[in-house]
Write a protein that binds this ligand. Structure first.
Ligand SMILES: Nc1ncnc2c1ncn2[C@@H]1O[C@H](COP(=O)(O)OP(=O)(O)OP(=O)(O)O)[C@@H](O)[C@H]1O
Ligand SMILES: O=P(O)(O)OC[C@H]1O[C@H](OP(=O)(O)OP(=O)(O)O)[C@H](O)[C@@H]1O
Length: 229
């Protein structure tokens, strides 16, 4: 049997993941044509590379179809409700840093905290006849954070990309999304609430608690762990 290692199939996470493993003597490569999602592993026995979307890696780990996988903390916490029972964090990888935050228009000068947002939300409903809309793809994490902060009068609007644009496009009044350099928020005239940090995320190597770990997979895992130092 082989240990199945899931790695993001494109973009910044894929390249940095390949570099990270290469620095530990494990060469991951995408084989075939540019558009073919096939991969190879050199420098370690019994490991197969599975290239797939970063967003799908949590589910595959939880289903036990991957033994190990690389994806952001944000995606694991969002997509796996009882993630501690489904996966184990092996190592934070030191890249892919991003903060999940709640942001509102710069023009809302009196809104600085989640408490302020709660007050505005109540007024908003009275004035507009519908709830204040918050656009996000992180439904679970945002609901939890707002519940903990006592913010109730809002509606989540699903946004799977270009979330910061929803405010200018008038499909939402506020957003919850990840920010890294802060450029996208600035460009869209949005500010982070002073207590609006929900989660700090980073690319992380995870081990599935649900996959079948036979002797061969255990041996490959042991070799990987040794390389991590
Ligand atoms: N600007 C950024 N800087 C650093 N990390 C980021 C940034 N944007 C996204 N990430 C991180 O990269 C990971 C993948 O994010 P994203 O949701 O963009 O995946 P994707 O590659 O677009 O996935 P899919 O293939 O499902 O569209 C997440 O863990 C996220 O936190
Ligand atoms: O703080 P910054 O450095 O500007 O990065 C943050 C942006 O990066 C991500 O978007 P991505 O590029 O993945 O595109 P998306 O909008 O399609 O998710 C994220 O959703 C933010 O929009």
């Amino acid at each position: 049997m082989t240990l199945k290692l899931g790695v993001p199939s494109k973009g910044r996470l894929m390249e940095k993941t390949f570099d990270w493993f290469a620095a530990r003597g494990i060469t991951l490569t995408r084989t075939g044509s540019d558009r073919e999602y096939a991969g190879a592993v050199e420098g370690i026995e019994g490991v197969a590379l599975v290239l797939l979307s970063a967003g799908e890696i949590p589910r595959e780990l939880a289903a036990g179809r991957l033994h190990m996988g690389v994806t952001g903390t944000d995606l694991v916490h969002e997509r796996l409700p009882i993630w501690e029972h489904q996966v184990e964090e092996v190592e934070a990888m030191g890249f892919g840093h991003a903060d999940l935050v709640i942001a509102v228009p710069n023009a809302w000068v009196d809104v600085d905290t989640l408490g302020d947002l709660d007050s505005v939300a109540a007024q908003f409903r009275a004035h507009h006849g519908h709830r204040l809309r918050i656009a996000t793809k992180y439904h679970r994490l945002v609901r939890e954070a707002l519940r903990d902060a006592g913010v109730a009068d809002y509606a989540l609007v699903d946004s799977q990309g270009a979330t910061e644009g929803t405010v200018a496009n008038e499909t939402a009044e506020a957003i919850a999304d990840i920010t890294s350099s802060g450029e996208t928020l600035r460009a869209n005239h949005l500010k982070i609430l002073s207590d609006g940090l929900i989660l700090r995320s980073e690319a992380t190597l995870w081990r599935s608690r649900k996959a079948e770990w036979g002797r061969a997979e255990d041996a490959s895992l042991a070799t990987i762990l040794k390389r991590l130092g």
